[in-house]
Write a protein that binds this ligand. Structure first.
Ligand SMILES: Nc1ncnc2c1ncn2[C@@H]1O[C@H](COP(=O)(O)OP(=O)(O)O)[C@@H](O)[C@H]1O
Ligand SMILES: [Mg+2]
Length: 364
């Protein structure tokens, strides 16, 4: 059995392409350890992204890769997720108990930034990650409503820190929990930055793999200061296909690049309209905006979300598609985007060691 050597097995496994992403495991920073004892092969795969829905397919693919080397091999495969902390911009101290903070930004308001944030957070959680949301949109905090938490208040046990609220498995803190949403506060720039950074740092998160920050819309001073104060592993840019929205998004994208925050990719929202009656797909706001933006800035287009009245109805009612119809086509779309975003981060350099051990899931 000359082909069944450990290096040959590890090479074959590293070359497996991950479904949805198309990328091979090696390029996603996956770690492969194999042992071969006669015809008994054991493979341990550790991935820096949550892959619960792909776990079985991956274990099968490992079996096939080994059998291509030796049809008679007996294979046992384990697929684990161990999400590492990636290096934030500058030398910012990391947030305690949060491995990766990812900002979700948009040039304009109303492009669906909050909707994308909550559905991607739920999608990452559905894939097995520990996820939180920091709703930093002081001008229109919408996570309390989108997660069915309106009117609730976070507890503070010591008078200094907050306990995050929990909804659909996500930890959530929102500026909307602390201010009266009916009589909006007039925020001045420095107040916004201070309130948001305090909220992020003074919340008792519980070992999160990802904390998604729903930023205020725009690319002004507030966003600039925030992206210099909050340790960001990356940022996701949400845009609609309209020219105007993408031009504004491009300015935002450049701003994050300038302060050293890696842009993980662009998500095009409200790309097309699918008629609920006949299923016909129509591009209402023009085509290719997200693609152009991504290409002109050299970042990936992570996916498109169609304009779909169920997304609005479900999300605004506190049960986003990932909760209301977790196996439906819309949820699948968000899951693919979430996987691509996690994969974009998985290719980035590692940050400092955190004070808590990685969560290791194992299934044989
Ligand atoms: N893909 C979509 N299809 C239909 N409605 C959407 C979609 N994305 C967002 N919406 C709706 O559009 C409105 C604005 O979205 P929101 O996420 O609050 O935007 P932003 O946070 O950028 O201001 C909300 O009512 C939301 O339900
Ligand atoms: Mg919003």
């Amino acid at each position: 059995m000359p082909d069944l050597t450990v290096p040959a097995i590890e090479r074959a496994v590293a070359a497996i392409a991950l479904p949805v992403l198309g990328a091979d495991l090696a390029s996603l920073g996956a770690r492969v350890e194999a042992t071969a004892d006669g015809g008994a092969v054991s493979v341990r795969l550790r991935l820096d992204l949550p892959v619960d829905s792909l776990r079985e397919a991956l274990a099968r693919a490992i079996g096939e890769a080994v059998h291509a080397l030796d049809a008679g091999a007996r294979v046992s495969a384990s697929v684990e997720t161990a999400i590492i902390a990636h290096r934030p911009q500058g030398n910012l101290p990391s947030m305690q108990k949060v491995r990766n903070v990812i900002a979700v930004a948009s040039g304009k308001g109303g492009v669906g930034k909050s909707t994308v944030t909550v559905n991607l957070a739920l999608a990452l959680a559905a894939e097995g990650a520990r996820v939180g949301i920091l709703d930093a949109d002081v001008y229109g905090p919408s996570q309390p409503r989108m997660l069915g938490l309106l009117g609730q208040k976070p507890e503070s046990r010591d008078g200094k820190t907050f306990e995050p609220l929990v909804a659909h498995g996500l930890e959530v803190i929102s500026i909307g929990f602390l201010v009266d949403q009916a009589s909006p506060v007039i925020w001045r720039g420095p107040m916004v930055t201070q309130a948001i950074t305090q909220l992020g740092f003074q919340t008792n998160w519980h070992d999160l793999d990802y904390l998604l920050v729903d930023l205020p819309p725009g690319t002004g001073d507030t966003q600039l200061t925030l992206s210099q104060k909050v340790p960001l592993a990356g940022v996701l840019i949400v845009t609609t296909p309209q020219q105007l929205a993408t031009e504004v998004a491009q300015r935002g994208l450049k701003m994050f690049e300038k302060v050293g925050v890696p842009v993980l990719g662009v998500i095009e929202n409200m790309s097309s309209f699918i008629c609920p009656k006949c299923g016909h797909e129509e591009s209402l706001f023009g085509e290719g905006g997200g693609e152009q933006l991504a290409a002109s800035c050299g970042v990936p287009l992570l996916g498109r979300v169609p304009l779909n009245s169920a997304i609005r109805a479900q999300t605004d009612a506190g049960r986003p598609p990932l909760v209301a119809e977790p196996d439906g086509p819309v949820a699948r779309r968000y899951r693919e985007i979430a996987l691509r975003a996690a994969a974009a981060l998985a290719g980035r350099p590692q940050g400092q060691a955190h004070r808590f051990p990685p969560i290791v899931e194992e299934r044989r």
